[in-house]
Design a protein around this ligand. Structure first.
Ligand code: NAD
Length: 360
């Protein structure tokens, strides 16, 4: 048994409910947990394990991601608030069971106001170690849990693409529409399969060229290199890799009618959404279209236990939410991201979707 030498510092940050920095040199733990908002329910957010160059960088990332979780969960009305945690460590070399158990103790100190899940750098196995110190863990790799969120994220993106199709062409059908997917990882590969069966014409792209070629063969898709992705001619760009693909350099080159994919932080700055709007390119705000995974994880908290069918039906609603955002954007002639933010803020202020029962 490792003897913990835990120190906790609380930071006062305006608009954030709780921010703590915890260190335990005996297990090389240096982490930050951010609870942005619990107005609609306990905060949920993944633990990112990354070798940040400074505590300040880690803090900035955690604050940004926790706030984005609040907006994402508020928009889909699932009785959950926004939080995030980061562990400053190299996920390849710096993760040990004792570090993860010590992190679990820090999560436990927050008494359920923060629930941890998987994120960049953490794995389902890591969650099992964290679970040894706290019950406040979602999406564990067990038979009772909600499991891999990416199928649900991909299905939510399909529903979002159908909302795009309805808005652009008056029908939800994606048959014969050219859709360019960047990133064939957990979400992108599931999305490619779902869209193939919906009759879409796929254009595929991944850093791993061999993987891309294999998927292109499987779905009779066209291949595009990462360097050419943003400028590829298509109906819809579906970014499912890393953030920042929409930026002042790529926006003038875009040859698509819409941008709608799973990647978090697709825009390099909020102004990019305004530029897309000015160019007449329909943008599905990333946190609105990629909420399927968090919807699925939240389905674990029901008294009757996790039911995939309920998570699926809740994920369906991404379609209605996006239709509402697109219609309001058109009526008010404002960028879709501004409309989505306002809608989320309205839900939080009015308590819409607030959790009435405790989590189980
Ligand atoms: P992943 O790591 O499984 O896959 C990412 C893929 O993108 C990899 O195959 C990688 O090779 C590829 N890639 C990276 N940079 C690229 C580039 N420049 N060009 C082409 N391909 C590139 O990740 P994931 O779980 O599939 O998540 C994808 C995105 O969706 C991320 O931005 C993630 O934050 C977001 N997201 C995921 C989920 C989920 O359920 N997994 C939920 C919400 C949002």
């Amino acid at each position: 048994m490792v003897k913990l030498m835990l120190t906790i510092e609380t930071l006062e940050i305006p608009d954030y409910e709780k921010v703590i920095v915890a260190k335990d040199p005996s297990v090389m733990l240096h982490c930050i947990i951010v609870v942005h908002s619990t107005k609609l329910g306990p905060s949920l957010g993944g633990v990112r394990i990354f070798p940040y160059s400074s505590e300040n960088d880690a803090l900035e990332d955690a604050l940004r991601l926790a706030k984005a979780m609040t907006y994402k969960t508020a928009l889909c009305k699932i009785g959950i608030g926004g939080g995030k945690s980061v562990i400053i460590a190299d996920p390849k070399t710096g993760k040990t069971p004792s570090l993860l158990q010590a992190f679990g103790k820090v999560v436990d100190l927050l008494k359920g106001s923060y629930i941890v899940a998987e994120d960049v750098g953490s794995t389902p196995q890591d969650l099992l170690f964290i679970r040894e110190s706290t019950p406040y863990v979602a999406a564990l790799p067990t038979n009772y849990s909600s499991g891999d969120p990416s199928r649900f994220t991909a299905w939510g993106v399909v529903r979002g693409l159908q909302a795009v199709a309805m808005t652009l062409w008056g029908s939800t059908s994606l048959k014969g529409r050219s859709i360019a997917i960047q990133g064939l990882g957990h979400v992108g590969s599931n999305l490619a399969e779902m869209l193939f069966w919906q009759g879409a014409d796929l254009i595929l792209c991944d850093l791993d060229a061999e993987r891309t070629t294999r998927f292109c063969h499987e779905y009779s898709a066209k291949q595009v290199s990462p360097a050419e992705y943003a400028a590829v001619e298509c109906d819809i760009l579906a970014p499912c890799a890393l953030g920042g693909i929409i930026n002042p350099q790529t926006i003038p080159k875009l040859r698509c009618l819409a941008v709608a994919g799973a990647a978090n932080n697709q825009l390099s700055t909020p102004d990019d959404a305004i530029q897309l709007h000015k160019r007449g390119i329909l943008y599905a705000p990333d946190y609105a279209i990629n909420a399927g995974g968090v919807i699925n994880a939240t389905a674990e908290f029901e008294k009757t236990g996790y039911k995939a069918i309920e998570a699926r039906d809740q994920t369906h609603l991404i379609f209605e939410t996006l239709l509402q955002i697109f219609a309001k954007s058109k009526a008010e002639d404002r960028a879709t991201s501004i409309i989505a933010d306002k809608l989320a803020e309205h839900n939080i202020a009015a308590g819409i979707g607030k959790r009435s029962l405790p989590i189980f």
